[in-house]
Design a protein around this ligand. Sequence first.
Ligand code: NAD
Length: 264
Amino acid sequence: MVGRLAGKNAIITGAAGGIGLETAILFAKEGANVLLADISEPALEKAVAKVKELVPSAPRLETRKCDVSKEADVQAMIESLDAWGGLDVIFNNAGIMHANDDDAINTPEAIWDLTHNINVKGVWFGCKHAVLALRRNNKTKGSVINTASVVALVGAATPQLAYTASKGAVLALTRELAMVHAREGFRFNSLCPAPLNTPLLQDWLGDDKPKRQRREIHFPTGRFGEAVEQAHAVVFLASDEASFVNGSDFVVDGGMSKAYVTAE
Ligand code: NAD
C-alpha cells in the first residue's frame, strides 16, 4: 500500500478517544501499521471496528489495553512491536482533565498526582521506551509526537491547575528530548490543540447562546476545532515530510493563541 506512512509501525495511546481515533483512521489510510492502545478495552474494540469499517485496506490493525501511567504496561506495549520490525512512530496522546481539577487552593493533591501520573509520567514512559526500541531495532529515524495543549502556552481563565502544569511539562520534556536525540534521527514534537468540538463540550454548552459565544469569541474563525484537524497535523509530524521539524510546539488552534479578538 502506498501512503505517506507506508511501512511505518505506529502506536497511538488514548486511541479510543476523540483525537486518538481520528488519528488511527488517518494513519491507517496513509498505510501505517497501527497499534491502538487505551485503558478502556470496550472502547478500544469499538474504535478498531470503526477504523476497519472506514479503512478496509488498512495493512495491520491491533489493539492493546495499556495504562500509560504504569511503566510495565508501556514497556510491554512498545516491545510487542519488535515482532512487527520495531516501532517507527509513537503518538503519546492519552491524557485526562479531571472534573475536580481546580485552582491553587481547591485542587485536591490526589487529583494533581493522578493527572501528572497519566499526562506527564505516561508521556515520559512512552518516550523512554520508544528511544530504547528505536535503538534496539537499529532505526535511523523515528517520530515521537506528544499531546500537550494550548493551555501550556496561554493562561486559561477557567482553573484547571494540575492539567495546565502537566501540559507545560509535556512541552518542556519534549523539547529537551528533541535536542538530546536529534543526531540519532529521532524527532520529538508536541501537539498543542485548542479546545475541540467534542460531544462532551457540545452537551455542556447546549442551547445556551451567551455561554457558547463567550467561548467561541476566542477563536478568530468563530468556531471550535475538530479532532480530525488535529489528526491531520499528527500525520504530517509522523511522516518523513516533517524530517526537519523537531522540538516544535506544534499549535493547531485556528489562531486562538495569537488572537486579540473583540465581540463585533
Ligand atoms: P478523550 O477523553 O476523548 O480521549 C482520551 C483517551 O485516553 C480516552 O480514550 C481514555 O480512555 C484514554 N485514557 C485515559 N487515561 C488513560 C491511561 N491512563 N492510559 C491509557 N489511556 C488512557 O480526549 P481527547 O479530546 O481525544 O484528548 C486526547 C489528548 O488531547 C489528551 O491528552 C488531552 O489532554 C488533549 N487535548 C484535548 C483537547 C480537547 O479539547 N479535546 C484540547 C487540548 C488537548
